[in-house]
Design a binder for this molecule. Structure first.
Ligand code: WT7
Length: 636
């Protein structure tokens, strides 16, 4: 039992060693003691990183919703499962108990079944942070349909790409959404997307804003009347442990977004186990993760991890700045939140505002603070620690990825002493390695390199939907027999890891993963643009912001630059979403390229950061003279 809930450092080292010495025995014990299986596995782990192929708990049968819902009914049926806090602070919070959630999930599952949805079908969910989102996710899991949640800030174009990539046949959306003082008409975004999605035959629409929307005959249906009529119980589909549970798209450094596929058994075991330990969750606690369920953080640590532990998980519809910058802290006080998990970009934005917004509220309920999505800088860490945690709440700086399914490197609060900006130690069962550029593992401490993982863990993504070759090429080909994360990291004198950031062409803006290629493609579609390259540059709130270097066609040269900047951003907003807009844009005569024609982003990154005295050797470039021209006109 004690292995499930680690309480001191000695125990961490002991359990860690056990998990590495005999991973199969270790995970078997966790899986056996803490979850409900319809049938136990024939084999705990089968793996081969060359193929690559990974299977956990093969032969086992289960349904994750029986673990997240049914098993809690006799013991905590009346406990709040989801605590919904609406965008409008004067609106009423909803306490949805395990019993009610079970019933709502069953009704939704039956509605899906009535529309012909079967095990293995892909369902796209494009909803704001309202209870229907969590209900829809679980309803898919209930019947074995594979959910693909698309963050409701993505444009119609991005939505259509994702729907088509995984052949979704049904979309669940809402009339609109509230985001602070704004409302967004989601249904019209879906309508535009579906003009390019011939495979979708049904759209179920939840009511949220009450605004007028177009409903296409035979395709679009209001959700609520269907739910009201549906039967309130639904037998769970029994799944194989390795059956896909969901697809979630993430940006790659090139090409279209990657549909990461997560499977039922291993994902459940690992997200539940990490949740319990990394937030030190106790039965009476109220836990709040401010992410959107449209990202992996929301999947694993708003929905599945907390519910598998019978936790009360807060779902927040709003934004940190509405009606003012005290909203997070108002909600913490109101619901007596014990664990609070957010992103560095939010912390930095709030740290810029007056401390009055914090001091007005009673934050004494807080026990553990979490950070995720990008490296947390020292200043933000101290602000969080001093003003929110009042120096008594450990900060868990949790490093992980959409691909890893769950937290990989993180302190365990009250167990691992923390150091600002360090994600500290690998979680139980995780075997990191730092690699040099020649492909050798760098042993020992006080070293840095590229972060890989040497051994499988239960919640790793199993493939990229429809493209297993790309899965192998992206994650398993850089270093033999290792999963390559795309991040750089260092290890200090005591073995703590510090994640230094991406080493590929992915840029993290406000904690969102953006690939350079799709943004450049979008810019290049502008009729005045010949070629472009984007890089990240340091930004005090967003962490990184985007800097675009754009070569104009001759016909574009006479155009007003300010208008062009606006048009290009407009185009990016339509094709990808507002998060990918460029903060700075510079029109340049050329881009620095290698003799083989590859854009030297390293140089552009330095220029964008204003570090031009340290460009390294540029003499081998195809066009070294262009570098000085770019520097002379740079916007820094
Ligand atoms: C990338 C993954 C994990 C859920 C949210 C993001 C960066 C994430 C940290 C952290 C430093 C971090 C990495 C990683 N990242 N957490 N605590 N410290 N960097 O998921 O969108 O898949 O992005 O986010 O660069 O590779 P994602």
């Amino acid at each position: 039992m004690s292995n499930y809930h680690i309480k001191h450092l000695e125990e961490y080292f002991q359990v860690y060693r056990k998990s590495v010495r005999d991973p199969e025995a270790f995970w078997e014990e966790i899986a056996e003691e803490h979850f409900v299986w319809r049938k136990k596995w024939d084999r705990v782990l089968r793996w081969d990183f060359k193929k690559p192929e990974v299977a956990w708990f093969e032969g086992a049968r289960l349904n994750i919703t029986e673990n997240c819902l049914d098993r809690h009914l006799p013991v905590r049926g009346d406990k709040t499962a989801i605590l919904f806090e609406p965008n409008d602070p004067s609106g009423e919070a909803q306490h949805i108990t395990y019993k009610e959630l079970h019933e709502r999930v069953c009704r939704m599952a039956n509605v899906l079944k009535e529309h012909g949805v079967k095990k293995g079908d892909r369902i796209c969910i494009y909803l704001p942070m309202i209870p229907e989102l969590a209900v829809a996710v679980l309803a898919c899991a209930r019947i074995g349909a594979i959910h693909s949640v698309v963050f409701a800030g993505f444009s119609s174009n991005a939505l259509a790409t994702r729907i088509n990539d995984s052949d979704c046949k049904l979309v669940i959306t809402s009339d609109g959404s509230y985001r602070g003082a704004k409302t967004l008409n989601l249904k019209s975004i879906v309508d535009t997307a579906l003009e390019d999605c011939p495979g979708v035959d049904t759209v179920l629409v939840a009511r949220r804003t009450g605004e007028e929307v177009a409903m296409k005959d035979g395709r679009d249906k209001w959700l609520q009347p269907l739910l009201d009529e549906a039967y309130a119980d639904c037998v769970a589909e029994i799944m194989d442990a390795e059956d896909p549970l969901f697809i979630l798209y993430t940006s790659g450094s090139t090409g279209k977004p990657k549909g990461m596929v997560h499977s039922c058994g291993g994902y459940m075991v690992y997200t539940a186990y990490t949740f319990k330990n990394i937030f030190q969750y106790r039965e009476q606690d109220v836990y709040w993760c401010t992410a959107d369920i449209g990202w992996i953080t929301g999947h694993s640590y708003i929905v599945y991890g907390p519910l598998a532990n019978g936790a009360t998980t807060v779902m927040f519809e709003g934004v940190p700045s509405y009606p003012d910058y005290g909203r997070f802290w108002e909600v913490v006080e109101k619901h007596r939140v014990n664990q609070f998990y957010t992103a560095p970009t939010a912390i930095r934005a709030l740290a810029k505002e007056s401390l009055d917004y914090v001091e007005k509220y009673d934050l004494s309920s807080l026990k553990v603070l979490g950070s995720v999505g990008e490296p947390i800088n020292e200043e933000a860490w101290h602000w969080y620690n001093n003003n929110i945690g009042r120096n008594k709440c450990p900060i868990v700086d949790t490093w992980w990825q959409t691909e890893t399914g769950g937290i990989m490197i993180s302190p365990i609060p009250f167990v691992t002493p923390t150091t600002p900006t360090f994600a500290t130690l690998p979680f139980i069962g995780i075997q990191p390695a730092l690699m040099d550029e020649e492909g050798n593992e760098i042993k020992g401490n006080q070293v840095s390199g590229r972060l890989c993982i040497k051994f499988p863990w239960p919640s790793m993504a199993r493939t990229i939907w429809g493209n297993h070759d790309r899965y192998r090429d992206t994650y398993f080909s850089a270093y033999a027999d290792k999963y390559f994360t795309g991040d750089g990291a260092s290890r200090d004198a005591v073995g703590y890891y510090r994640i230094t950031g991406r080493v590929d062409d992915v840029i993290i803006v406000s904690g969102h993963n953006l690939g350079t290629a799709p943004i450049e493609d979008s810019i290049n579609e502008h009729p005045a643009v010949a070629e472009s390259a984007i890089v990240g540059f340091p930004h005090d709130v967003k962490g990184n912001a985007l800097y675009g270097f754009v070569i104009l066609k001759e016909t574009g040269e006479s155009r007003n630059r300010e208008n062009l900047h606006k048009e290009i951003n407009q185009q990016i907003t339509e094709q990808i979403g507002p998060i990918a807009k460029l903060d700075k844009i510079q029109f340049v005569p050329g881009l620095p390229k290698t003799r083989s024609g590859k854009i030297m982003r390293r140089i552009l990154r330095k220029i964008a950061a204003g570090q031009t005295d340290d460009l390294g050797d540029i003499s081998t470039l195809l066009n070294p003279e262009v570098v000085q021209e770019i520097i002379d006109q740079a916007e820094v």
